[in-house]
Design a protein around this ligand. Structure first.
Ligand SMILES: N[C@@H](CCC(=O)N[C@@H](CS)C(=O)NCC(=O)O)C(=O)O
Length: 204
């Protein structure tokens, strides 16, 4: 199995951490879509990462589709509840975390692709506030775990993985957001999980 992408991408990293937690061996193939258009395009027509090449040679694109496949294969060891209200609740937490990733990425791209005088500060501020709003919603959920449990259910789930990856990405890519200071409970969960091998081995 080959995972295409860089761990600085939170979408790639949440797949890598999930593979580690599922104890599924994989090879990382580093692809930087902004520097390697042709290589990235040959793997994913959208020219984005992540993509996952599975053992029969098929390539799955988009972290949500990749994780959906991994969960399907994992069956009872899936990182999300299989159906019904538990699945909807956990998926809502995951969507909140992924939303935080997307809005942090948008704030980063605005600075990366515009000359300083052309950066639209109100757009950057909106993106950062949306990312922080999402992280704070996860922090409220984390506050109920007493620093020990999980965001959903009684074992680690995709909600924990994506929430922690989203927070660490915000801290690295947008330190001026001061995200950690504003989400103390989620930060405790992040400190706990980032210390584990599954997360450590994917640190950007
Ligand atoms: N919805 C996609 C988002 C993937 C994404 O935006 N990846 C970024 C890296 S963080 C990328 O490849 N950006 C290159 C581009 O958009 O041109 C997913 O979940 O995989």
């Amino acid at each position: 199995m080959k995972l295409y992408g860089r761990y600085l991408s939170p979408f790639v990293r949440r797949v890598a951490v999930s593979l580690n937690i599922m104890q599924t061996p994989f090879e990382q193939v580093v692809v930087a879509p902004f520097d390697e258009w042709e290589k990235a395009q040959s793997i994913n027509p959208v020219v984005r990462i992540p993509a996952l090449e599975i053992d029969n040679g098929e390539v799955i694109i988009d972290s949500t589709a990749i994780l959906d496949h991994l969960d399907e294969v994992a069956g009872a060891n899936s990182l999300l509840p299989q159906r019904g209200q538990p699945r909807r609740e956990a998926m809502k937490l995951v969507a909140t975390a992924v939303g935080a990733m997307e809005k942090t990425v948008s704030a980063v791209y605005e600075g990366r692709f515009h000359a300083p005088e052309k950066i639209e500060a109100s757009w950057v501020e909106r993106c950062e506030n949306q990312a922080l709003s999402a992280l704070k919603a996860l922090d409220v959920v984390a506050s109920k775990t007493n620093g020990e449990g999980w965001l959903y259910g009684d074992k680690i789930s995709q909600a924990d993985i994506s929430a922690v990856v989203a927070l660490t990405f915000a801290n690295i890519a947008r330190p001026q957001m001061n995200a950690s200071d504003q989400v103390p409970n989620l930060s405790k969960l992040a400190a706990r999980l980032e210390a584990t091998e599954a997360f450590q081995s994917t640190m950007p």
